[in-house]
Design a protein around this ligand. Structure first.
Ligand code: GLY
Ligand code: MN
Ligand code: MN
Length: 426
């Protein structure tokens, strides 16, 4: 649980950053149609949530800063029995006033009239530059004295780089549930026949344990399917000779987890699978051990590429001199993605990787990132020894940067071959 006080402090920090004589407007996410008149489950926009903690749609946050002082206003959908009959209870203005430590709460249907009053004299206006055009038009209509528009999302996303203790607690909770699901999948894979059955195990545990959602669509990619990095169809029959790459994490109170494990469809890894798996695992462990304040993410990337390249050379997957293979980036064919990303309210957390001057932001205590090396070998790649073709492996953990190093938040999720095999034989 994140306390109202913490949201208040975040809003204060945001207001402090705004120029004098300015206003900033943030909107709740717009509900998305799935088909005709049914919607996807609603998920709040992350920056709006970060500053408000409010879960409902049809809402906005307005900040106003002038010589007389700074104010924050929340607009919420009013109580409306007809609407509530279909879509559920609304908090409403009166209760929102009690719950939120904002200066004023208004009904969302008065937004235009308040904007007219509060925006008209402001010189600087902040909004999320990704905002859809109809809302941008609305802002511009009332911004009569404006000198400059600014991307309000940029500063919030910078604030989101380092997580508070309360945010880390939410991430831990998400990972705890995800751990249960991965361990259950390790036990049950041998007795299941289709990728989607494994997906169902994850969705079952996520819901049963109180997670509101998955943080992204679960990837259950067996055999050669795992060469498709964002494989989400999950329809194939499980070939018991193959490995299954499962990239799955739940979202708890809007905070993500993002965990990949690669497990045998039967009870045991074959020798070739074991060789590749051991390489990826040793690289993953070494990269995790490098995590500490002041280290650059690009250094993690570079070291992962070196280690994978060297390992693939030793296994005969790459051929030639290590230095020239590294120089020509030959390993990219088998490790085409990044070593990791920020994680938080979004699985790929919308927080910057570079500062205003374009310099890479080094790791700092409180940041959370994934470490996720992989090797992906297509079944038709004739340049690779036959025994490795059609094997794709990724191992991914969620790492908190601490004052003196790191904490692997997902260290309890089994990844040693012997531990996976012993769970599989239960
Ligand atoms: N699950 C998405 C990723 O690993 O980046
Ligand atoms: Mn990831
Ligand atoms: Mn992932």
């Amino acid at each position: 649980m994140i306390e109202e006080k913490e949201y208040l402090l975040r809003r204060k920090s945001f207001l402090k950053h705004l120029k004098n004589n300015s206003a900033a407007l943030l909107f709740a996410a717009v509900p998305k149609v799935r088909s005709h008149d049914t919607n996807y489950p609603y998920r709040q926009e992350s920056n709006f949530y970060y500053l408000s903690g409010f879960e409902e749609d049809s809402a906005a946050l307005l900040f106003v800063k002038s010589k007389e002082g700074s104010k924050s206003y929340l607009f919420v959908h009013k109580k409306d029995p007809d609407e509530e009959l279909w879509n559920g209870k609304r908090l409403g203005v009166k209760k929102a006033k009690k719950r939120f430590l904002v200066d004023e709460v208004f009904s969302y249907d008065t937004l235009n009239q308040e904007l007219k009053k509060l925006l008209g004299s402001k010189r600087h206006i902040y909004y999320d530059f990704k905002l859809d055009y109809s809302k941008v038009k609305l802002i511009k209509r009332y911004a009569k004295a404006v000198e400059s528009f600014h991307n309000g999302a940029a500063y919030i996303e910078k604030m989101r780089l380092r997580k508070s203790a309360a945010e880390i607690a939410e991430i831990r909770k998400a990972i705890k549930i995800t751990k249960k699901a991965h361990h259950r999948a390790m036990q049950r894979a041998k007795s299941l026949s289709f990728e989607y059955e494994l997906q169902a195990e994850f969705e079952y545990i996520f819901k049963k344990e109180g997670a509101q959602s998955d943080a992204y669509t679960t990837i259950v990619a067996s055999g050669n399917n795992a060469n498709t990095l964002h494989y989400i169809s999950n329809r194939a029959k499980l070939d018991k000779e193959t490995l299954i790459l499962i990239d799955a994490g739940c979202e708890y109170n809007c905070y993500a987890s993002d965990i990949t494990r690669t497990i045998p469809a039967s009870k045991r890894f074959s020798d070739a699978q074991r060789e590749l798996y051991s390489l990826v695992l040793s690289v993953e462990k070494e990269i995790i051990s490098m995590v500490r304040p002041a280290v650059l993410r690009s250094a993690l990337q570079k070291r992962a590429e070196e280690l994978l390249c060297e390992g693939m050379l030793a296994l005969g997957i790459l051929k030639g001199e290590l230095d020239s293979l590294l120089e020509s980036k030959a390993h990219k064919k088998y490790f085409p993605h990044g070593i990791g990303h920020w994680m938080g309210l979004d699985v790929h957390d919308q927080a910057p990787y570079k500062d205003e001057k374009g310099r890479e932001i080094p790791l700092q205590a409180g940041m959370v990132l994934t470490v996720e090396p992989g090797i992906y070998i297509d079944k038709n790649d004739k340049s690779v020894p036959k025994k490795y073709r059609g094997i794709a492996i990724r191992i991914e953990d969620d790492i908190l940067v601490t004052q003196d190093g790191y904490e692997n938040l997902s260290k309890g999720i089994k990844k040693e071959i012997r531990d996976i095999e012993s769970l599989a034989s239960l």
